[in-house]
Design a protein around this ligand. Sequence first.
Ligand code: SF4
Length: 283
Amino acid sequence: MRTSTPAAATRRRGARAPVLEVFASIQGEGRYVGEPQVFVRLRGCPLRCSYCDTPHSWLLREGDRAHIAGGDPTDDAWASPFQVACWVAQAEPGVPRAVSLTGGEPLLWPDFLVELAGMLGQRPLRLETAGAHPDALERVRDVIAHVSLDLKLPSDLGPPVELPRGSSAPEGELRHEPVDDAVPRNAAEWRATRRETLPLLRGRDAVGKLIVTSQSPVAEVLEVLEDVAELCAELPIVIQPATPVARAGQPSAAELDAVVELALELGLETRLLPQLHRLMDRP
Ligand code: SF4
């Protein structure tokens, strides 16, 4: 599913990305659960997951504002890597922390990610991604200390949307545009994308996050786990019950146990974890 042109793959300097918020909290998911971190949440996502708990991150608009812990409410969302590095230092309560890039979909902005990684000093830069952009992941993975890869089930996904480009933005021309990789649109394309993405994580500090709802089809779960076992068997799997939102129900203990058993039968390193920050009422 590689659709980037050579020109698109060329790194552009001076890239900016739209920031929704920068804040300090604890990591509530995955391998580094419980670790104090600073979170940089970028705007923009073409996907529409049934369990999405950050739909306010989906849209891209010129004139958006960044919400920074202790910051100015008039700050322009379209920030340079240097500006974001300054916001990270501002949001830290004390000593430097690891930085998690989340979204939205951070891989829409690979040039920005590469430049930001060089401006964070000793802070490891960790990435949370939906896994729909293997080309972008390949471009950034050498500067990323840890990847948390969502293992999406096709039945959880609504039709993806076109992100605004140029003058198609709702409030005027966007000065900076997201990466132009095609997004998978159906189960077959998601599988092809997943099978392209998983080998990129071999030998890396990474984890696969599988969100389970009360509607998760066993066949889809099994296909995802079999792809992991075949293509990146070392990848630890974190099975996460969906936090209930409008379109996604919470799975029962029996449904979760069945998914855990499937992963164990395939020989995968397996964890079952809820979203800790939700339980502790943290952002
Ligand atoms: S990829 Fe993430 S931000 Fe985008 S819709 Fe899914 S859960 Fe929400």
